[in-house]
Ligand binder design. Sequence first.
Ligand code: OAD
Length: 237
Amino acid sequence: MYQRIVILTGAGISAESGLKTFRAEDGLWEQHRIEDVATPEGYWRNPELVQRFYNERWQQLQQGVEANAAHRALARLQQQFHGEVLLVTQNIDNLHQAGGSQSVLHMHGELVKGRCPKSQQVFPLTQPFGADNLCTCCAIGQMLRPHVVWFGEMPFGLDRTYDALAKCDLFIAIGTSGTVYPAAGFVEQANQAGADTLEINLAPTERYSQFDFHRKGKAGTLVPEVVEQILAGQLLS
Ligand code: OAD
């Protein structure tokens, strides 16, 4: 029976909720240049363009994108598993919370929040990013920036994640292409800890050979199955 599980999710887990992934043929990075919308330099060069990119994603969440069976199953795992579960997501959507997860480590930040560029205080996003969406922490209100991690910035919660990886006995990566570090290196950390490693994805990824086990198919179908097996003490071993 497993005791300590680390789960990493990526854009693929939200695909069945209707959100685009990054690297599919019609994915976000086919339509936008990373340098323009996902780097600090891009933001300071053209804040309006970056704001539009994140405002569109934020509006989409406001318009009622719903969690799917995979998000809900992971919430069930967190509630019912006898041991520890750390859920780390690269996603900036709020669908894990919508699916019932109480504790989610958003290593790349959250779409539903903005941040003061001076004090780093984080605010819930109640209106789109723009010249009139200012922080209330500074004497002169600063324009809130998206509370997301851009390329060249440090992801959140790495100490906690590496600590959990060093102690885990099961690591599962769901719906992530494994192309962006540091998340792409988590499987290696889990292997070094002696954990079993499982990849759930529509297709084999670049990390395929680093995983002990694979389930190929849609997260919405496979994650509930895997969660039931874990809870019944029947997964893998
Ligand atoms: P990608 O778009 O790189 O990969 C999505 C993965 O999900 C692919 O491997 C697909 O095969 C898989 N997939 C798609 N639909 C699926 C489904 N229904 N069920 C299971 N798997 C499915 O997205 P990420 O790996 O999340 O970072 O991307 C990582 C990071 O790259 C993002 O967090 C973002 C991006 O640049 C930043 O912006 C900092």
